[in-house]
Design a protein around this ligand. Structure first.
Ligand code: AHR
Length: 491
C-alpha cells in the first residue's frame, strides 16, 4: 500500500481562466471546424451545432483569437462590415475569406458560453490600429469608430477584458518580428493607451515563444523591465513533442520542464517587481500550451481557405502527458492565472471534424474537460513519495496528483506514470470528505487513438474507490488517469 499523506486545503486559488483555449484563423479551425454552413447541424449563423455542444460541454472559460502567428498580419477591419476582402494569410500560407470576423466570433463565443480574449497585431499593425480596434470593440460612448460597431449590428460594447499584446514577437518566423526593446516599447504604449479607452482592460505582454529559444530568458527580463507597470500578465508558450530517445517514460516526464519554465519566468517577474519597488503584481499566462507532434503536419497545400494544418492525432499517452501538465499548472496556480490549450478544433485540438461530416473527441479532451469543470477553487496539496521514474534526463514520481476544493466538492486528478507497476493507494483526505460521487478512469494502450470510425476507443470509464477511516482507498493501474469527485459534509 502506498500512503499519500498530509492533505492540505490551501488558500491558494485556482483561477477558472486556467482552462481557456485558443482558436486561430489557421488550417480548418474556423472554416471546416466551427463554421461549416452546409453541415446538417449548422445553425442560422453557419456554426456547427455538434461542435458547439462539444465546446459547451468543456465549459471553456475564455478563448484567445484570432492568433497566434496570424494576428501579426491580421487587419481587423477586414472582418467587420459588409466589405470582406480575401487576404493572404502569410503566417500559414492560406487564403483568408474574412467571413468570420470579430462580430461573428464574439457571437460564437456567446453560443459556447466562453469569453473572448483578443490578440492585437503588433507585427504589421501600428499603435493607432490597436487603439482603433479597442475603441471599436469597447468604447461605450458615441465616437465615429464606436458608431461603426453599432452600424455593424452591435449596439453594446463587446467589453473584451483580456487583450494579448501581440504574439511570439521574438520569433524570426513572426510577421514583423522585433527586438525585445522595440517590442516592449510598442507593447507598453498600446497597453497604456488602451487602458485609457477602457480601464477594465487587462493586458498580456509577450514572453519568449519557447524556453529552448536563444531569446529566453533575456527577452523576459528586457520586456518586463520596460513594461512591467503597464501590463498584467506575461505569456508563456510551450508545446511538447516526441523526445529524442522515443521512450514513453521520457515522454511522460516532460511536465518537469514546464515546472522549471514557470519557476524561471516567475523568478524574473519577482525580481523586476522588487527592482521597481512597486506593489503591482504581474502574473503568468500560458496562452499557448499543448502537445504537438510535427510528424502529423500536412501543410503541403498552399493558398486554400480550408486547408489541413497540424491535425495532430492524439493517442492515449498524450492524454496522460496532458494530465501531468494540468497537474503542474494547478500546483502553480498562485503564479499562473490564465491558460489557453492550443488549440480547440482540428488544429492540434481535442475536437476533430470532417468537412460537412462527422466529429470525434480525442483522448486529450477528457482530462481537459475534468480540469475545466472541477479543478477550480482552492488548491489541495498532498505529500507524494512514490517510486521514482528516471528517464529523458528527468526524475519524477510514478504517482502524480493534485486536487481542488470547490464549494461542496473535492476533486482529485491522479496519474500513474509507471509502465510496470500498479499501486494500491491510501490517500489522506480532509476530515469533511464524506462520500465518493464519481470515479472515472482512463486506461488504454499508449498508442490507442480515437477516430471518426471508432470514436470511443479511448474514453473514461467508471472506476472504483472507497473512503475508509478518513482515507481514500483505490488502485492506480499502470499508465492510468483517475479523476475523482468527493462530496463534502454539508455545514
Ligand atoms: O498554435 C499554432 C501556432 O503555434 C501559433 O500560431 C503560434 O503562436 C505558435 O507558434
Amino acid at each position: 500500500m502506498l500512503d499519500i499523506k498530509n492533505c492540505k486545503v490551501t488558500d491558494r486559488k485556482i483561477d477558472k481562466l486556467l482552462w481557456g483555449s485558443f482558436i486561430e484563423q489557421m488550417g480548418r479551425a474556423i472554416y471546416g471546424g466551427i463554421y461549416d454552413k452546409d453541415h446538417p447541424t449548422a445553425n442560422a449563423d453557419g456554426f456547427r451545432g455538434d461542435v458547439i455542444d462539444a465546446v459547451k460541454a468543456l465549459e471553456v472559460p475564455i478563448i484567445r483569437y484570432p492568433g497566434g502567428n496570424v494576428v501579426s498580419g491580421y487587419r481587423w477591419r477586414d472582418g467587420v462590415g459588409k466589405n470582406r476582402p480575401i487576404r493572404l494569410n502569410l503566417a500559414w500560407q492560406q487564403l483568408e475569406p474574412n467571413i468570420i470576423g470579430i462580430h461573428e466570433f464574439y457571437n460564437w463565443c456567446k453560443q459556447v458560453g466562453s469569453e473572448l480574449m483578443m490578440a492585437i497585431n503588433l507585427g504589421t499593425g501600428t499603435i493607432q490600429d490597436a487603439l482603433d480596434l479597442v475603441e471599436y470593440c469597447n468604447f461605450a460612448g458615441h465616437s465615429t469608430i464606436a458608431d461603426e460597431r453599432r452600424e455593424n449590428g452591435q449596439e453594446e460594447p463587446f467589453k473584451i477584458k483580456y487583450w494579448c499584446l501581440g504574439n511570439e514577437m521574438d520569433g524570426i518566423w513572426q510577421i514583423g518580428n522585433l527586438p525585445a526593446e522595440e517590442y516592449a516599447r510598442k507593447a507598453r504604449e498600446v497597453s497604456k493607451l488602451i487602458k485609457i479607452i477602457d480601464p477594465e482592460i487587462k493586458t498580456t505582454l509577450v514572453g519568449s515563444s519557447a524556453p529552448d529559444l536563444p531569446t529566453y530568458p533575456q527577452w523576459e527580463k528586457t520586456v518586463l523591465e520596460e513594461a512591467y507597470e503597464f501590463v498584467d500578465y506575461i505569456s508563456l508558450h510551450r508545446y511538447y513533442m516526441e523526445t529524442p530517445d522515443g521512450k514513453n517514460e521520457s515522454y511522460l516526464g516532460q511536465y518537469k520542464d514546464l515546472e522549471r519554465y514557470i519557476s524561471t519566468v516567475w523568478g524574473i517577474v519577482l525580481e523586476t517587481k522588487e527592482r521597481k519597488k512597486t506593489e503591482h503584481q504581474v502574473y503568468l499566462s500560458i496562452d499557448e500550451w499543448n502537445i504537438w507532434n510535427k510528424s502529423n503536419d500536412s501543410s503541403a497545400n498552399r493558398w486554400l481557405v480550408s486547408d489541413r494544418k497540424v491535425e495532430n492525432i492524439y493517442d492515449y499517452k498524450d492524454a496522460v502527458l496532458l494530465a501531468n501538465l494540468i497537474i503542474t499548472m494547478v500546483k502553480n496556480c498562485d503564479k499562473l492565472k490564465i491558460g489557453c490549450l492550443a488549440q480547440l478544433v482540428n488544429v492540434i485540438a481535442p475536437i476533430m471534424t470532417e468537412n460537412g461530416g462527422r466529429m470525434f473527441l480525442q483522448p486529450t479532451y477528457y482530462p481537459y474537460e475534468f480540469a475545466s469543470k472541477h479543478l477550480v477553487g482552492n488548491l489541495l496539496t498532498f505529500d507524494v513519495d512514490s517510486p521514482k521514474i528516471e528517464a529523458g534526463g528527468e526524475i519524477y514520481e510514478s504517482i502524480n496528483m493534485v486536487g481542488a476544493e470547490n464549494g461542496g466538492e473535492y476533486s482529485l486528478l491522479i496519474t500513474n506514470n509507471s509502465l510496470k507497476e500498479d499501486f494500491d493507494l491510501s490517500i489522506d483526505l480532509p476530515c469533511d470528505a464524506k462520500e465518493i460521487k464519481s470515479v472515472k478512469v482512463m486506461k488504454n494502450a499508449p498508442e490507442a487513438v480515437n477516430s471518426f470510425d471508432c470514436p470511443n476507443t479511448v474514453v473514461p470509464t467508471d472506476g472504483f474507490a472507497q473512503i475508509k477511516d478518513g482515507k481514500l482507498i483505490l488502485k492506480a493501474e499502470t499508465l492510468s488517469i483517475i479523476m475523482l469527485i468527493i462530496d463534502r459534509e454539508s455545514k
